[in-house]
Design a protein around this ligand. Structure first.
Ligand SMILES: C[S@@+](CC[C@H](N)C(=O)[O-])C[C@H]1O[C@@H](n2cnc3c(N)ncnc32)[C@H](O)[C@@H]1O
Length: 236
């Protein structure tokens, strides 16, 4: 499969509506399109422009993130969570390049991964490269409405991970996502939460850690424990 050609098609689809000329957008000094919270910005500037999903391989990206310590950090967290050795349904919110989903699938062979993102280029990448496709359901979707075309996913998941996502969301989207996570987790299901806090242009919603925890708690989640590296384990 020619991944560069697929992404060229996506770029064309996103930057030009039928019958319209392509309009140059204002750029930052780094050459990235100016940040506007939108699916298009994540498609073009974040996933294609910054990460290079239109020309890089999965191994290349995975090695970069592993060298940067993301895999080690996730393992330190998972070491402290009891995860049963039986078939489980695991939701990975805002799956980006599918790396968290990949490391979970690798570590828990009985887990089926449900992974979504609102970015077409992210989902195209995951559908092309995700190594455990037979144990994954991958779709384009919004945190405001977590469902599949033929399934509302009420009380469906044993586990969910929401890692490096909340800081990207406008306040109202963030609030809707908390309620959606509560709806789709089974009673007794677990949520592993962590917000990124680096000062990036797209991190429009970095919260005080107390506020983050109390938002999930007020919505009805129980805080089970604080995990390493500002991760939290909640239960429904
Ligand atoms: C830093 S990445 C998440 C990393 C990923 N969870 C992991 O651990 O590998 C943030 C992702 O959130 C996605 N995103 C932002 N707003 C969204 C929304 N409203 N619905 C779904 N995905 C969204 C972006 O497209 C981006 O891929």
């Amino acid at each position: 499969m020619n991944i560069a050609r697929i992404f060229k098609g996506i770029k064309r689809r996103m930057s030009r509506s039928p019958g319209q000329e392509m309009v140059a957008k204002p750029s930052t000094p780094s050459g990235e399109d100016a940040f506007v919270y939108s699916q298009e910005w994540y498609d073009q500037s974040y996933h294609i422009g910054r990460v290079g999903v239109d020309h890089r391989t999965f191994e290349d990206v995975r090695d970069q993130y592993e060298t940067a310590g993301y895999h080690r950090r996730l393992n330190r967290v998972l070491d402290r969570v009891r995860i049963p050795d039986k078939p489980i349904k695991w939701l990975e919110v805002g799956c980006h390049l599918g790396l968290t989903a990949y490391w979970i699938a690798e570590r828990f062979p009985q887990a089926h991964l449900y992974m979504f993102d609102f970015s077409i280029s992210s989902i195209t990448w995951c559908k092309t490269w995700f190594p455990y496709k037979l144990r994954a359901t991958i779709w384009e979707g919004n945190v405001e409405n977590i469902c599949l075309p033929n399934d509302s996913l009420d009380n469906f998941f044993d586990f969910a991970t929401c890692i490096d996502v909340t800081e990207h969301l406008p306040e109202s989207t963030y609030q809707k996502m908390i309620l959606e996570l509560l709806r789709v987790l089974k009673i007794g299901g677990s949520l592993i939460l962590m917000q990124g806090n680096t000062p990036n242009v797209e991190h429009i919603h970095i919260l005080a850690e107390d506020r983050l925890v109390s938002d999930f708690w007020s919505a009805g989640f129980k805080l089970v424990k604080k995990l390493p590296d500002r991760y939290y384990l909640f239960r429904k």
